[in-house]
Ligand binder design. Structure first.
Ligand code: SAJ
Length: 421
C-alpha cells in the first residue's frame, strides 16, 4: 500500500465498482459513492447490480471484511477517483455534466494534500480546463501546490474486467511529477502490468487514440466486407489470410460498433479538432450506418419468406455481457420494426423486458430462446451469446439460422441455407 490509506470512488458502475472492490481487496479502506440509492443499498448488502464475471464474489468479500462501503454522500478520503459516465450530446459534443457533478462531490470533502484521479474517458485537456478550474472555484485549492491531480484512464474490457484491471499496463499522467509518482505508487499496489508514466494531456489523448484506432480499423473491415460482397467472396477468409502478414491486423467486420466507449470516444477528438479529423469522422459514419444496412437485408429475407416468423436473438452490444448501451443489435431491431408490421420475436437472456426504445413497437415480443426456436422459422443471431451457440446447433433442419455477422454473404435469399454460427 502507498501512503494513501482511504480511497473514495465516485461512480459505482462498470468501472467504478470493480475499481473500488479491487482497491478494497488490496487492503485500502474504500468508500464508493453513487447517486442511485438502489445501487448503494445493494452494495452495502454485499450484492452487485451489473453482470461481470467474478465481481459478485469480490464485492461480497470486501463488504464482509468491512473494507468497502457505499454511500450517497461523499466522505473525506486521501484519494478521490472519478469513474462516472462521459457521454456525448445529441450533436456529438462532450457532455461534461457527470464529470462536473462528480467534481462538485469531490470538492465538498477535498483537503490539502489529497490526490484526485480521473479514470473516466475524457476529451483532451478536460482535467486542466474543466476539473481543475472547477475545484479551484469551489475550494480555492490549486493543483499546483494544494492537492494533486492525475488522469489514469481505465482500459479494461467488459467481460474480463477483473483480469484486465490487474494485468493490463496502465497509463498514468499527472498534472505534476509528484501527482504522477503518487498515482503510480497507488496503482502499483495491485497492477501487475507496466505503469507508463506521462503528463496528463498525453494520458487523455492516449486513451482516445486506443479506441479510435479500433473504430477506424473496424470501419475498414466493414468496408472490406462490402467489397467482398460485391466480389462474391468470403470477407472473413480474406481477412484471415491477410492477417498472416506479420505487420497486418485487420479487425472483424460486424453488425456495427456498440458499447459506451468505441462509438463515443472518437467524437471527443473530432469535436476538439474538427479540421484535423476527417478520417476519424468518416469511420464513425461508416460504422454507424452498419445496423441500417443489416436491417435492410433482414427485411429482404422476410420478403423472400412470406408467412414465416422471424426471431432476432441478442440485444447486448457484444456476447455474454448485459450492457445494451449503443448496441447495434437494438438499432437493427428498431430499423426492422419500422418496416415490418408482422410479429417478430426478440430474445435477450439478460433482459426481463424490452428496452424502452423497442417497447414502443407492438409487433415485438420478448421471449426465451426455447420459445423462439419453437415458434419462429427464421432465427437471426445478432449477438453471439454462448447460450445461443450451445442451443441453436441442435435446432431442426427445417429452421433457417442466420448469423447477422455474415449476412452479406447471403447473396441469394431464395436459395440460402442455414449459416454456421
Ligand atoms: N467490434 C467489431 N469488430 C471487431 C471488434 C469489435 O465490430 O473487430 C465491435 C463489437 O461487436 C462491439 C464494439 O465493436 O459492438 C466494441 O467492442 P469491443 O469488445 O471491441 O470493445 P469495448 O467497447 O467492450 O471495450 C473497449 C476496449 N478498448 C479497446 O479494445 C481499444 C477496452 O479496452 C476499453 O477499456 C473500453 O473500450 C473503454 O472503456 O474505453
Amino acid at each position: 500500500m502507498s501512503g494513501h490509506r482511504t480511497i473514495s470512488v465516485i461512480g459505482l458502475g462498470y468501472i467504478g465498482l470493480p475499481t473500488a472492490a479491487t482497491f478494497a481487496n488490496a487492503g485500502y479502506q474504500v468508500i464508493g459513492v453513487d447517486v442511485r440509492p438502489e445501487v448503494v443499498d445493494a452494495i452495502n448488502r454485499g450484492e452487485i447490480h451489473i453482470a461481470e464475471q467474478g465481481l459478485d464474489i469480490l464485492v461480497r468479500a470486501a463488504v464482509q471484511r468491512g473494507k468497502l462501503r457505499a454511500s450517497l454522500e461523499p466522505r473525506p478520503a486521501d484519494v478521490h477517483i472519478i469513474a462516472v459516465p462521459t457521454p456525448i450530446c445529441e450533436d456529438k459534443s462532450f457532455d461534461a455534466s457527470f464529470i462536473e457533478a462528480a467534481t462538485h462531490l469531490v470538492a465538498k470533502v477535498l483537503k490539502p494534500g489529497d490526490l484526485v484521479i480521473v479514470e473516466s474517458t475524457i476529451p483532451p485537456r478536460t482535467c486542466v480546463d474543466v476539473v481543475a478550474p472547477l475545484i479551484e472555484t469551489l475550494t480555492g485549492f490549486r493543483h499546483q501546490g494544494d492537492y494533486l491531480l492525475a488522469h489514469c484512464p481505465e482500459r479494461v474490457i467488459p467481460g474480463k474486467i477483473l483480469h484486465e484491471i490487474i494485468y493490463n499496463d496502465r497509463i498514468i499522467g499527472g498534472a505534476s511529477p509528484e501527482a504522477t509518482e503518487c498515482t503510480a505508487a497507488l496503482y502499483g499496489s495491485f497492477v501487475k502490468g507496466q505503469l507508463l508514466k506521462t503528463d496528463i494531456i498525453t494520458a487523455e489523448l492516449c486513451k482516445l487514440m486506443e479506441n479510435t484506432y479500433r473504430d477506424v480499423n473496424i470501419a475498414l473491415a466493414n468496408e472490406f466486407a462490402d467489397i467482398a460482397e460485391g466480389l462474391g467472396i468470403d470477407v472473413n477468409e480474406a481477412i484471415r489470410h491477410a492477417n498472416h502478414h506479420p505487420r497486418v491486423n485487420i479487425h472483424s467486420p460486424g453488425i456495427g460498433v456498440g458499447g459506451h466507449c468505441i462509438p463515443i470516444d472518437p467524437w471527443f477528438i473530432v469535436h476538439s479538432m474538427p479540421d484535423k479529423t476527417r478520417l476519424i469522422r468518416l469511420a464513425r459514419e461508416i460504422n454507424d450506418q452498419r445496423p441500417q444496412r443489416i436491417a435492410n437485408h433482414l427485411v429482404e429475407i422476410l420478403r423472400h419468406h412470406p408467412n414465416q416468423r422471424m426471431a432476432l436473438l441478442g440485444l447486448s452490444y457484444k456476447p455474454d455481457v448485459d450492457d445494451m448501451r449503443e448496441s447495434p443489435a437494438i438499432h437493427i431491431v428498431e430499423a426492422v420494426a419500422e418496416i415490418v408490421v408482422d410479429p417478430i420475436l426478440i430474445v435477450e437472456p439478460h433482459a426481463r423486458a424490452l428496452p424502452p426504445v423497442l417497447a414502443a413497437y407492438p409487433q415485438l415480443q420478448l421471449v426465451d430462446v426455447a420459445t423462439a426456436i419453437a415458434e419462429a422459422e427464421i432465427l437471426v443471431v445478432l449477438t453471439e451469446h454462448s447460450r445461443f451457440k450451445e442451443t441453436l446447433p441442435q435446432t431442426g433442419a427445417d429452421k433457417l439460422i442466420i448469423n447477422a455477422q455474415n449476412i452479406f454473404q447471403l447473396s441469394d435469399y431464395a436459395q440460402e441455407t442455414s449459416m454456421a454460427l
